[in-house]
Design a protein around this ligand. Structure first.
Ligand code: ATP
Ligand code: MG
Length: 245
């Protein structure tokens, strides 16, 4: 009876963290963090360097395990899963975009985009593949290697790879950090469309108030704790809150 534990359930939250603490030796990276990410919501996470943003993302996505507390994806408690089942749940229900792209250099763009499906043992749906490729604007680059693409095109390929499995939740760790403002806007628009057009849930770590303003709400971390949340953010309100963090 392993299958049903991993299937999606219509909980109001897409992801729920309950009193999550993460320690590395004597460093406390996260300290008793609780938060619900609403299904079909776009949440930005901001905070100073070292405040625990990446740790938060890794724990919330099942890439890493909390030292204390629990994480649920939909109705599934990740703490109750074996490593193999957590990996399968990640593959089937979660997409990742990393700042460093993490594309496979020896594969062309199309092979990179469909890799998560291949790992899950499923064939790409040609209609959805075409739609995702159209959204990221890489129609004429599919046969190129990542090294033949600009940084912005590589990041858009990484976004396509995150969306191809139609994940319930997309986690992105500073996906626009290395991009010029216009390309950054393209990537943010893609994430916004995933929420507005396909009802997916997006969690975005960023240092940039302009990027955070694309979200429905901004969660502020400081010293491993959530210290504030700003609903319906604008670049100005984010900046103002950020300056007094
Ligand atoms: N593997 C690890 N071993 C030891 N300490 C770690 C490890 N990963 C993170 N930390 C520590 O945990 C704290 C939070 O790190 P984290 O990477 O979550 O910060 P961050 O908010 O993402 O910072 P940045 O904006 O610089 O990416 C830091 O003090 C960091 O040094
Ligand atoms: Mg980080």
């Amino acid at each position: 009876m392993s299958m049903p534990t991993l299937t999606a359930e219509r909980t109001a939250h897409a992801v729920r963290l309950d009193s999550v603490t993460k320690t590395y030796g004597n460093v406390t990276a996260l300290s008793g963090v609780s938060h619900d990410f609403p299904r079909g919501g776009f949440t930005a996470i901001m905070g100073p360097s070292g405040s625990g943003k990446s740790t938060f993302l890794h724990c919330a996505s099942g890439l890493d395990q909390p030292s204390k507390g629990s994480v649920r994806i939909g109705g599934v408690d990740l703490g109750g899963l074996s490593e193999a089942k957590r990996t399968r749940l990640r593959r089937e229900r979660i997409g990742f975009v990393f700042q460093s792209f993490n594309l496979i250099p020896s594969m062309d763009v199309e092979q990179n985009i469909v890799l998560p499906l291949q790992l899950a043992g499923t064939a790409p749906d040609p209609g959805w593949l075409a739609e995702v490729v159209r959204r990221v604007g890489l129609q004429d680059r599919l046969a190129h290697r990542p090294s033949e693409l600009s940084g912005g095109q590589q990041q858009r390929a990484a976004v396509a790879r995150a969306l191809i499995t139609r994940p319930e939740v997309v986690f992105a760790d500073e996906p626009t950090g290395a991009l010029d403002p216009r390309t950054a806007r393209d990537v943010l628009r893609l994430l916004r469309e995933a929420v507005d057009q396909t009802g997916q849930t997006v969690v975005l770590v960023t240092h940039d108030p302009m990027a955070a303003a694309w979200a429905d709400s901004v969660v502020f971390l400081s010293g491993g704790r959530i210290v504030d949340e700003l609903v319906a953010p604008s670049p100005t309100t984010v900046m103002t809150r950020w300056e007094t963090l």
